[in-house]
Design a binder for this molecule. Structure first.
Ligand SMILES: Nc1ncnc2c1ncn2[C@@H]1O[C@H](COP(=O)(O)OP(=O)(O)OP(=O)(O)O)[C@@H](O)[C@H]1O
Length: 383
């Protein structure tokens, strides 16, 4: 939409034609003013933070809805991929949704609404270090060496073929049985396949929800899925960028990750690829990242300072406020604590800090059009 009236465009200068409508400016008296938009002509690194229940996943959903609502010709530039750790974005698929597709690992497909698709990780997309991290093996131990040697035998392997290779190797029985036991556990997750590919996530204009909530008890498995996905998508866009000349071979990717602090530990595979490749180098290949978290302090200074847009809902923990204060750009004159006080208890209210325009605003994120799956469950039978 072309915005001729007064509006605030975050992330770039322009007329708002290629932008997502986030909400409205929120005045001190609680009244709402001019529209606030986020440009999508350039890639962005966005952090959405706030304490529990004040609107992080709701705001992420608004961004996804806005992508779905872009005019077809514009929308086809993008592929939107949501890493859904809590299973709350599935309502964007199916009736009353926005045409999103849900992908989930095979063991959880039967729990999903009809139409959900299998999510598999290509075995070759992970490094030896990733497998060691996933299985809790020290890479420089005899166990790590056995695993590394089995993986390096050929580019195409299944977890089951690794087990066979290790059984027929000269490794000691103790090491063999320990590593094969761990690999059998990984095989039971039904998450890996030598023939898997992420190509279907790259359909132009598609909105894809990767529901990993089934592995609720195990953050390591989710982290491994994110590492694999993030690395493969980075490689695809880097290669496409070299060949693209006036046309789009692979859509620009917006990856949105809820509960992002789980994936940004600097010593994890997911943390390394998200920080070193997506945040530091993602602009050139056209990769945008949206990270939502309750705990901005757990993201670390590096991540907060790399973000070019920060959307901060109500926050009360000292560590989190101080983390944002440390990353506060010079153009934000007001201390974060004072700015946050202006939000009060309003759900969906947020401070938005924007590097491109070197400005910050208090906004109220717009209401969702599709059902938000993240509200608290109701209590029945109380009356
Ligand atoms: N912009 C908004 N407009 C109207 N209501 C909102 C808005 N943002 C949030 N809410 C309300 O607040 C509730 C909680 O929001 P949300 O689920 O996004 O919380 P959250 O910050 O992601 O919490 P958690 O960290 O527990 O996941 C929503 O179910 C909705 O009712």
């Amino acid at each position: 939409m072309l915005y001729t009236g007064r509006h605030y465009l975050l992330g770039n200068a322009g007329d708002g034609r290629s932008s997502l409508y986030l909400g409205r400016y929120l005045a001190l008296d609680g009244s709402q003013g001019a529209p606030v938009l986020l440009d999508v002509r350039k890639p962005h690194a966005v952090v959405i933070c706030g304490k529990r229940g004040y609107g992080k996943s709701y705001t992420m959903g608004v961004l996804v809805e806005e992508f779905a609502g872009l005019p077809e010709a514009l929308r086809r530039n993008f592929s939107v991929i949501v890493v859904d750790t809590m299973g709350i974005f599935g309502s964007m698929a199916g009736p009353g949704g926005i045409g999103a597709r849900v992908f989930t690992p095979a063991p959880f497909l039967s729990e999903m609404p009809a139409g959900a698709l299998p999510f598999e990780i290509p075995t070759g997309s992970l490094s030896v270090y990733d497998y060691c991290e996933l299985l809790g093996i020290e890479p420089l131990s005899p166990h790590g060496a056995v695993l590394a040697s089995a993986i390096s035998e050929s580019d195409t392997f299944s977890i089951e073929s690794l087990i066979d290779r290790i059984h027929s190797s000269a490794a000691s029985p103790g090491v063999t049985s320990a590593v094969c036991g761990l690999l059998s556990m990984a095989s039971s997750w039904k998450l890996f396949s030598p023939h898997a590919s992420f190509a279907s996530l790259l359909e132009p204009g598609s909105i894809n929800i990767i529901d990993l909530s089934g592995y609720g008890h195990d953050p390591g498995i989710k982290s491994c899925a994110v590492a694999s996905l993030a690395r493969a998508l980075y490689d695809v866009r880097v290669r496409a960028r070299r060949r693209e000349n006036g046309s789009r071979e692979v859509p620009l990717i917006w990856m949105l990750i809820d509960e992002a602090h789980m994936f940004l530990q600097p010593d994890s595979g997911a943390g390394r690829v998200l920080v070193n490749e997506w945040l530091r180098q993602g602009r050139q290949p056209g990769l945008s990242l949206v990270l939502a978290t309750q705990r901005p302090s757990a993201l670390g200074y590096d991540v907060l300072s790399q973000a070019d847009v920060i959307v901060c809902h109500r926050l009360t923990l000292r560590d989190d406020v101080e983390a944002l204060e440390r990353a506060r750009p010079l153009y934000v004159k007001e201390p974060v604590r004072e700015a946050l006080a202006r939000l009060g208890n309003t759900r969906g209210a947020a401070i938005v800090v924007d590097d491109a325009t070197e400005s910050y605003h208090v906004i109220k994120v717009r209401q969702r059009k599709s059902l938000h799956g993240g509200g608290e469950p109701e209590i029945y039978g109380a009356d």
